[in-house]
Design a protein around this ligand. Sequence first.
Ligand code: HEC
Length: 136
Amino acid sequence: MKTFFGMAIAILAVCGMTFAQQPAYEAKASAHDLMSKIVRPSNGEIGAMRKAGGPMSDEDWAASAATAAILAEVGQVLQMGDRPKDEAWTDGAQRLTAGATSLMAASKSKNAEAWTAAAGEMGQGCRTCHKVHRQQ
Ligand code: HEC
């Protein structure tokens, strides 16, 4: 009986692994596509709030949380497939994700001080990668 349950659990574990398998990832968007269509407008939104002294209304905080989540996703996408080029790339993309994740958390808790710090942290991610990978 013990063995039977052991087997059943082992079989369930193998099935679970099969179901959990991710579909193969194939990069579609170039760095330029991601930057011009997602990162530039999203960062512009955060930048405009920054200039205005940070998010002011509940709508601002909610918009900031969603935009930060999108930027955190892009940071992850930049690390996927054959996109990573070198350490500066990976480091920059990780910092972007970390900074954007903090920005998202600060937006959800409406913490103005943490929000400003996270926006700065995210900007470091942009610069880390651009220093090496963005021409001009
Ligand atoms: C992991 C690397 C990486 C990170 C992180 C990164 N970028 Fe970029 N960025 C690039 C590369 C590569 C280009 C040049 C793409 C091209 O135009 O060919 C670029 C170009 C750009 C451009 C010009 C795009 C255009 O429309 O011509 C903008 C704007 C930009 N990045 C903004 C940002 C901002 C803001 C952040 C941070 C929130 C950021 N990037 C983070 C790699 C990165």
